[in-house]
Design a protein around this ligand. Structure first.
Ligand code: ARG
Length: 408
């Protein structure tokens, strides 16, 4: 691989991606490593991360603020899709990868690099997401994946880094592997690898424990326009502020923790802890509003397609024909999803209190009511049921005939 001159490396500031810098130069013969770190609202200070890359030997260290597109172009479509992988994980990490890949490719093209690189290991999902996205966006770019190939243990990686002035992780090193952005945190490894061990309180950062959550419930109202959340308690907020506020509200009340055994793309099960208070709250509210504003058949088909969409995004197929087609279907449905949902936050729960839509409600009071203004035609039910139940009656009759024939 000596022919690779210039590489743009996706950079997080962690040990693995830092070690990638000297490793690419020494072992892959790369002349120049440029790092690209994405600001996704993870709250890290980016200036120290920028400097870290230079200290580790990067020729240029770039930081891109991607928070706005992350929320508008990735989180909001996920809310419209009620995206929950395996019914539970709201894809907080998965959604970030195609966005980072896209910017990696952009930077590589601008700087006329001949390859991009990432520090993902060979058994995670992120490698799949990066590699597939990059291949779709820029098939001509090489993708270098040192951490997938070097075969070093964590200790060896740290030792390798120290030879090139990369400091070992400070203080008592956290045994956990954490990924975070404005949509949530994922926590893996350490004692969490035993699926029977309950997660210690110290691993959480965005959500309160039930014990520490306020004893008083808090009722809030979330408004949606075209399937997108636009306001909390009547106050219109831009997408980034809205997610941040939802994180705060739900997190404070201890809502949004997930502890699951998850099926990874590479075929293994892993134990994952997440906290994603805002996104989970918004998906819950969005589902509720859809139940009021979408017809039964659209809802049924959409539910099936939501599962498909979530699988695709989890499995790294953000840029794919099926995902594109599903977005078309979802977008068409979302023009109906206007209204508001009232929710009580209380001790780890988000309890739906009510939902309403002045423009798109399909709930007809004079059909639903049991009162005197009921306009539903009860007599028509008889004929409907006669035809509806016809296949059942025919089938049952045929069985009876067969049974009596068998006896004779
Ligand atoms: N299992 C989650 C996912 O695949 C979280 C991955 C976390 N990534 C990481 N590099 N720590 O989306």
């Amino acid at each position: 691989m000596g022919s690779t001159k210039k590489v743009v490396l996706a950079y997080s500031g962690g040990v693995d991606t830092s070690v990638c810098i000297p490793y690419l130069k020494k072992e892959y013969g790369v002349d120049e490593v440029i790092t690209f770190a994405a600001d996704l609202g993870q709250g890290d200070e980016l200036e120290p991360i920028r400097c870290k890359a230079i200290d580790a030997g990067a020729s240029k260290s770039l930081v891109g603020n991607l928070i706005k597109p992350f929320i508008e172009d990735f989180a909001f479509p996920a809310i419209r899709a009620n995206a929950l992988y395996e019914g539970r994980y709201p894809l907080s990490t998965a959604l970030a990868r195609p966005l980072i890949a896209n910017h990696l490719v952009k930077v590589a093209k601008e700087l006329e690099a001949d390859a991009v690189a990432h520090g993902c290991t060979g058994k995670g999902n992120d490698q799949v997401r990066f590699d597939v996205a990059i291949a779709a966006l820029a098939p001509e770019l090489k993708v270098l994946t040192p951490a997938r190939e070097w075969g070093m243990s964590r200790e060896e990686t740290i030792a390798y880094g120290e030879r090139f002035g990369i400091p070992a992780p400070v203080s008592k090193k956290s045994p956990y592997s954490i990924d975070l952005n404005l949509l949530g945190r994922s926590i893996e490894a350490g004692l969490l690898e035993d699926p029977m061990i309950s997660p210690p309180e110290e691993i959480f950062d965005m959500t309160s424990s039930i014990d520490n959550a306020p004893d008083e419930p808090q009722d809030i109202e979330i408004s949606f326009e075209g399937g997108n959340p636009v306001a909390i308690d009547g106050a219109h907020l831009d997408p980034v502020t809205l997610i941040s506020k939802a994180n705060l509200l739900a997190g404070q009340h201890g809502f949004g923790r997930i502890d699951i055994i998850e099926n990874r793309v590479v075929g293994i099960k892993s134990r994952e802890i997440y906290e994603s208070p805002g996104l989970l709250l918004l998906i819950k509210a969005h589902q509720e509003l859809e139940s009021l504003t979408l017809s039964a058949d659209v809802l049924r088909v959409k539910h099936q397609l939501e599962r498909e969409w979530s699988d695709l995004v989890y499995q790294g197929l953000w840029f794919s024909p099926l995902k594109d087609a599903l977005d078309g279907f979802f977008d068409r449905t979302q023009s109906q999803v206007n209204g508001r949902v009232r929710i009580r936050l209380y001790k780890g729960n988000a309890i739906i209190l009510g939902r309403g839509s002045t423009t798109n409600s399909l709930y007809l009071p004079n059909m639903a009511t049991y009162g005197s203004d009921d306009q539903f035609d009860h007599k028509s039910a008889e004929g409907f049921i006669y035809i509806w139940g016809l296949p059942s009656r025919i089938w049952a009759a045929a069985k009876r005939i067969k049974k009596s024939n068998d006896k004779n």
